[in-house]
Unconditional design. Structure first.
Lengths: 489, 117, 788
């Protein structure tokens, strides 16, 4: 199959969260199965700074945005046979520090940026006469791709027959914008209706994707069920229910090429389930990295997160004092809302020997935290899939997670009596329940042998992409069949 | 000996003409209609043709046309009971147009003139 | 501390100038201020659109859950007061009324002791109030107050920017809506389609559940056009409500109402007037704004403004479309006219197929009553009888009960389905005899209607023509009324319209013409028949014609055997000795054959079969040619020929016939002068009264024609031994008269005969030869240098 992935981020060029990793790993797995994958990305400053060579294709698209028209230059990079990247370059929109915003929040012109990108991708397929069997769009930023394919560009045969799958990685981010931004899309006002893009008087990009894509998916079966309810549907539950027959739940997988402690280049020492000594070295290195004065026998808790309440950062903030009292170490890396940064900064200043805080996000440090920590916290209010808990399993780091979405689906509560289960879960999004789960983990940690058994059990589990990519192929085939039948065979 | 064809549907006229012309020392061939006349024109290297107009099967006008088509050099004299067509044929189609007469002197004089060579 | 403040200000500026959304900027600013001033809680209260209430918008504690939403009316509490005074206020818990007036804040921060409020305003507008709460009793120093003030300004700046940007986006959005509407409007000029587009686009851009448009004619109060889209509630506020009493409210006129239906659901309606320049007025109305949760929303002032703007846009398009519709109506009428003309043309084509009056009348009546034709219920043709000065029924017919399916031309030819007997319709042509007589007398059509008494029906027709309404049109040819056509729709009771009257008029003029033609034709036919009889009688008397054809047929048959007989006789005589008695017999045969042959030649070769060879010929040359033919005879008889030829124009003639004339004359002369003499031939132009002639005289010296013979010489059956068959002169005379010439004889007994032939010169021959000076100019009647 020839697959076009339209995504706001993807490794190895531009990443702000887990999506970049997911896209890259899924693409890699599909290529290994013998398919051709093309990834379309905005040409962010990060892409330029990735150091990888880009080739200008010679094509410059003209994308109308309301009463102006911006050029979109198309660049290309082939990073391995059958894995191609196309970039839409428009420096006034994309040559910025962040992908979606700064430390102070989201860019005010995100609507314009991703309207431009979505439309440019559609135009690119037409202009470069690219042949694809399926288009796979991700997240709210590309929600307009299905809309364009099925409305404004419907009369172009090449685009008309292109099936499109839309994957929701997180319903919490829908891309809501003022209805006054509609003129930027070039779409007719009739689309500003509750049956299409309108959402409580605003434009909802994700809704566009959900309404117009041939088939829909999200990133775990558990999350798929959750978003059918008002608690997780963020107002779109009705639409999800309406299309429940065409909504798939497919877990994300782990790229064990990159996430395997036995060959992870970022680690102080490699290790595997038979030889766990290396993990101690990693722990020591991590403590040293953050300048902690920690007895290595004491448990070290870790987090790679973003500072948002949906990640449960406020829960963590609330139990940090208690944790510190328990004499554990805690390292956290992440970026996000500034007030959380300040709170965390203040707390870390209180406990400089026990707590390490890294503002920002580094891949290397992320590996080191997952490898070096004993316990990994994921107290998310909701988590569509979550990957860190899966990395943790392979790295022998025990996850403490809230029972939601992919976390609930992939982590089984550990029963110290039977030794069954892979981590510790809590249900209510309260500091108390989080603390309780952490304490259960710490209790098991006291029993060195049991803890080691748990680690070894977890390290043998397989959540690789190679087991998941075929499920996506099935989804693609279903979309192809549906499109073909819609167009009359 | 010069060869002359006489085409006339009346046997008596054929006989009269052939007798007279033989006497003048010509070799005479006879035909009863235009078609027979054409057959002879095809076979015999004639020197002159005398044609009646009104004949069965193929009339003299048609025979005249066809003879001139095949042998434009061959003199053709029309000898007919119809005087009134003189103007039609004298000028363009036949070499001479004679109204039949029991006095054959004119005819013989004409023949002699054409066969002088 | 100073570095703290510098860091704070730096961050504030960073936030202020960041590229993130305004909401996030405000959030960040509020957080920064709370952190910088080390207060427990910072809150931003925003002034709402009505400018009457301040509602909690931002909290430094993060998102505000619904139960924490707090608002103050303007002037109430510290928040409301600050909004009014625009002055910073700091209140402490223990101050009187501090708690009671600001009780709602307890919800957000129980046990606050310090409450500081400062306005967020610029030089012009107040946007809201920033509130700081702390559990401590606190005072704020000058530096801190300055920070607060600065923060207030920055917040105000950010808000102003946000408003400006929002306004700009809104304008663009509205423009794009109007652009879309304009595009829809200009995409069509078909009124129905246009209205449909207007209401559907209106509903969509305002996200209304339904929309309606109605235009009424102010003069008549009737609805001119209306169009609806979507769902319009059953209880629909009357559209016309706006107009009897135009909105008294200030600002652009509009009408807004809400109603509750049986299910207890509230419906909203917003209407704006459509104001036309002309006689029309109308409304554009939207119903029930959509919301995702099934509850309909009222329309806001922005919707109203947009609707008013759209109404302005729409009016022009509708006026254009109405104009277009009028033009289309006109075109449709034209098309009907063309159809009518086509019908008329088809009828007239069929009418041309006959000249029989009776058939024509049938066709005309078919044309009047056929559905494919003019489609009247009944038609009658009455003709004027000039002699009795009455209008008399010629033929009448009623429409067939079963309409004919045939095409018009075929249907016209079919027999009349139902005749109306009209033979006894007799109307004297007097002005007091009603519409039919008047139509003839005044030569104009009448549309009779019973209730319009004048001009009424004549007394003779009641009982025969029981029509309450009919058309009567005169049949006029060359300004003369020859009859009338009468039609009505009495059977079906349909009214007669003016348009078919026009068509009927055109039809009548055609009918009049063909009827007149038929009449003329029948006259000509009668004349022709008479002429034919005369000509037959004349031919009968022409014995020559009879002879000529008889002789020609027989003579040809005789000639062949004669040639054989004579030819063989000559052969025999050559063989028989001169002394033999047989010789004498053979010679008799020869001579007799020769005589017969000569006779034949005269009959056949010159009477001819009317093959004509007319052309322009030089007469002198014809004479010369003929002389050659008789040269042998002239020589034999020793006759001298004298020629006196004057130059003549070419003669338009059958040269063969003219040569026969000369041949006959010359032969006669030869016979008249068997022992020699002189033949004198002269030619000269001769002017007669009626034009130029060529004259030829042929004179012999044969002693003249005996008097008793002279009067018979042109009789074809008269013959003398001396003058051959005699046929020659008869033929000559016929030929000359065929050339419109004359032949005269001048007999001088004892001397000879002179024949004078005069032949007229065709005018064009003169013209043709004039350039060659063949004729003396005086001989030409045409003026010199005249028209060529």
């Amino acid at each position: 199959m020839r697959i076009l992935m339209v995504t706001p981020e993807a490794n190895p060029f531009a990443a702000s969260g887990g999506l970049a990793e997911v896209i890259y790993a899924l693409a890699g797995a599909l290529v290994r199965l013998g398919h051709q994958v093309t990834v379309a990305l905005p040409l962010y400053r990060q892409v330029r700074e990735s150091g990888r060579p880009l080739t200008f294709t010679g094509h410059t698209l003209s994308i109308p945005l309301s009463w102006k028209t911006l050029p979109g230059e198309v660049y290309q990079a082939e990073i391995e046979p059958n894995l191609n990247f196309y970039f839409i370059a428009q420096d006034t929109l994309f040559n910025r520090d962040g992908l979606y915003g700064t430390a102070y929040g989201a860019f005010e012109d995100n609507a314009e940026r991703f309207i431009f990108f979505s439309r440019a991708v559609v135009e690119m397929v037409e202009a470069l006469e690219l042949e694809f069997d399926i288009c796979h769009a991700h997240e709210w930023q590309t929600g307009l791709v299905p809309v364009y394919l099925r409305t404004l560009y419907h009369d172009r045969p090449r685009l008309q027959r292109l099936p499109v799958v839309y994957t929701v990685h997180n319903v919490g981010y829908q891309g809501l914008f003022s209805s006054f931004d509609l003129p930027l899309t070039g779409l007719g006002w009739e689309l500003l209706s509750p049956k299409a893009l309108e959402f409580y008087g605003k434009i909802n990009f994700m809704k566009g994707g959900l309404v117009f894509a041939d088939l829909l998916s999200t990133v775990s079966s558990r999350y798929r069920e959750e978003i059918l309810t008002p608690d997780y549907g963020f107002g779109l539950e009705g639409l999800f229910q309406e299309r429940a027959q065409e909504l798939y739940g497919i877990l994300e997988g782990v790229d064990y090429q990159r996430w395997d402690p036995s060959r992870d280049p970022y680690l102080a020492a490699p290790y595997d389930r038979d030889q766990l000594k290396g993990k101690k070295a990693c722990k020591a290195a991590l403590a040293k990295h953050f300048g902690l004065k920690l007895d290595l026998k004491r448990p070290l808790l870790g987090m790679n997160t973003r500072f948002f309440e949906r990640k449960g950062i406020d829960l963590v903030e609330n139990i940090l004092d208690d944790l510190m009292q328990l004499g554990v170490g805690f390292v956290i890396q992440g970026a996000g809302e500034e007030r959380h940064q300040y709170i965390l900064q203040e707390i870390s200043l209180k406990y400089p020997e026990q707590m390490g805080l890294a503002i920002g996000y580094g891949d290397e440090l992320a590996h080191q935290i997952i490898a070096g920590a004993d316990i990994f916290l994921m107290p998310s209010r909701y988590e569509p899939c979550g990957l860190d808990q899966l990395y943790c399993l392979r790295y022998g780091t025990i996850p403490v997670v809230r029972a939601t979405g992919g976390l609930d689906e992939t982590i089984k509560e550990h029963d110290p009596g039977t030794g069954v289960g892979t981590g510790f879960k809590f249900t209510g999004a309260t500091p108390t329940e989080l603390l309780g789960a952490v304490q259960r983990a710490l209790a098991v940690y006291q029993d060195g042998a049991a803890w080691e058994a748990l680690m070894q059990h977890n390290m043998a589990l397989d959540f690789s992409w190679d087991t998941l990519a075929p499920k996506y192929l099935e989804l693609y085939q279903a979309a192809v069949d549906k499109r073909r039948s819609l167009l009359g065979g | 000996m010069k060869k002359i064809l006489v085409a006339d549907d009346e046997m008596s006229i054929r006989l009269l003409y052939s007798e007279e012309l033989k006497e003048e020392g010509y070799e005479v061939y006879l035909a009863a209609n235009g078609r027979e006349a054409l057959e002879i024109v095809e076979k015999i290297p004639l020197d002159l043709v005398i044609l009646d107009i009104k004949m069965p099967e193929m009339d003299g006008i048609e025979a005249l046309r066809q003879i001139k088509e095949r042998r434009p050099d061959l003199p053709v004299l029309l000898s007919t009971a119809y005087g009134e067509y003189r103007q039609d044929f004298a000028t363009w189609a036949s070499d001479e147009y004679l109204v039949k007469s029991s006095d054959l002197e004119d005819l013989k004089a004409m023949v002699k003139r054409y066969l002088k060579e | 501390m100073a570095s703290d403040r510098a860091a704070f200000l730096t961050q504030m500026v960073e936030v202020l100038t960041s590229t993130v959304s305004f909401g996030e900027r405000l959030n960040n600013m509020v957080h920064l201020l709370a952190r910088h001033l080390k207060v427990d809680l910072a809150l931003y209260f925003a002034l709402d659109k009505t400018k009457e209430t301040l509602f909690l918008n931002i909290s430094s504690q993060g998102p505000i859950p619904p139960h924490m939403r707090v608002e103050f009316p303007l002037g109430q509490g510290v928040v409301g007061e600050t909004a009014v005074t625009r002055k910073v206020r700091v209140v402490h818990r223990l101050q009187p009324e501090a708690l009671s007036a600001n009780a709602p804040l307890e919800k957000l921060h129980p046990n606050f002791h310090t409450l500081a409020a400062f306005p967020v305003a610029d030089d012009n507008f107040l946007y809201g109030v920033l509130v700081l709460l702390d559990k401590q009793d606190r005072t704020f120093g000058a530096a801190e107050r300055q920070s607060m003030q600065l923060a207030g300004l920055m917040l105000a700046g950010t808000l102003r920017q946000a408003i400006v940007q929002e306004e700009a986006k809104k304008r663009i959005a509205e423009l794009s809506v109007l652009f879309e509407v304009g595009k829809a409007l200009s995409a069509t000029v078909e009124l129905d389609e246009l209205l449909e587009r207007i209401v559907s686009t209106t509903a969509k851009v305002i996200t209304a559940r339904g929309a309606a448009l109605e235009i009424i004619d102010r003069a008549t109060g009737e609805t001119r056009v209306s169009s609806r889209y979507g769902q319009i509630p059953a209880v629909c506020p009357a559209l016309k409500e706006m107009f009897p009493r135009p909105a008294k409210t200030t600002g652009p006129p509009h009408f807004e109402t809400q109603s509750v239906d049986a299910d207890g659901r509230t419906h909203y309606c917003l209407a704006v007037p459509l104001t036309f320049k002309g006689q029309l007025q109308g409304t554009l109305c939207v119903y029930d704004k959509f919301s995702p949760n099934e509850v309909y929303l009222p329309f806001d002032p922005e919707n109203r403004q947009l609707l008013i703007t759209m109404a302005g846009l729409i009016v022009n398009a509708i006026e254009n479309a109405l104009t277009f519709q009028q033009v289309e109506d006109l075109a449709e009428r034209n098309e009907r006219m063309v159809q009518n003309l086509t019908v008329l043309q088809e009828i007239s084509q069929v009418l041309l197929t006959t000249v029989q009056e009776e058939r024509l009348l049938e066709m005309i009546l078919q044309g009047l009553t056929l559905e494919q034709g003019l489609g009247f219920d009944r038609g009658v043709v009455l003709m004027v009888d000039e002699a009795s000065q009455t209008l008399t029924g010629a033929k009448g017919a009623e429409r067939a009960a079963q309409p004919s399916q045939a095409a018009l031309p075929a249907a016209l030819l079919s027999p009349l389905p139902q005749e109306v007997p009209v033979a006894d319709w007799q109307i004297p042509l007097r002005p007091d005899q009603g519409a039919l007589a008047l139509a003839v007398l005044k030569k104009r059509p009448y549309h009779y209607q019973e209730h319009l008494k004048e001009p009424g029906l004549p007394a003779v027709l009641p009982g025969k023509l029981a029509a309450r309404e009919f058309f009567v049109v005169p049949l006029i040819v060359k300004d003369r009324a020859t009859g009338v056509i009468l039609v009505d729709n009495q059977a079906s009771g349909r009214p007669l319209e003016s348009e078919p009257l026009n068509v009927l008029n055109m039809f009548a003029s055609q009918a009049a013409l063909v009827l007149e033609n038929a009449h003329l034709y029948s006259t000509i036919e009668a004349n022709n028949r008479e002429l034919l009889l005369i000509r037959e009688r004349m031919l009968e008397s022409d014995r020559l014609a009879a002879l000529s054809s008889l002789a020609s047929g027989m003579a040809h048959e005789i000639r062949n055997p004669l040639v054989s007989i004579g030819g063989f006789a000559r052969r025999i005589s050559k063989l028989v000795e001169e002394t033999s008695p047989l010789r004498g017999y053979v010679e008799v045969i020869q001579e007799e054959v020769t005589r017969l042959e000569k006779l034949l030649r005269e009959i056949l070769d010159f009477t001819g079969e009317n093959l004509s060879y007319y052309g322009d010929h030089d007469l002198v040359k014809l004479i010369e040619d003929t002389l050659v033919l008789v040269q042998r005879d002239l020589d034999a008889a020793n006759i001298k020929v004298v020629k006196e030829f004057a130059p003549l124009p070419r003669l338009h003639c059958d040269h063969r016939q003219i040569k026969q004339v000369f041949y006959n004359l010359f032969s006669n002369a030869c016979q008249a002068m068997p022992h020699g003499g002189t033949l004198t031939i002269r030619t000269y132009p001769l002017e007669k009264e009626d034009g130029l002639y060529e004259a030829i005289t042929v004179t012999d010296t044969g002693g003249g024609i005996p008097m008793e013979v002279l009067h018979n010489i042109f009789n074809p059956f008269f013959s003398t031994k001396d003058y051959g068959t005699g046929l020659g002169l008869a033929i000559a005379q016929r030929i000359v008269s065929r050339h419109y010439g004359q032949i005269e004889v001048n007999n001088e007994m004892g001397k000879g005969v002179t024949f004078l032939i005069t032949l007229p010169v065709a005018k064009y021959c003169l013209v043709k030869d004039a350039g060659q000076n063949a004729v003396p100019a005086s001989a030409l009647k045409a003026p010199k240098g005249g028209r060529r």
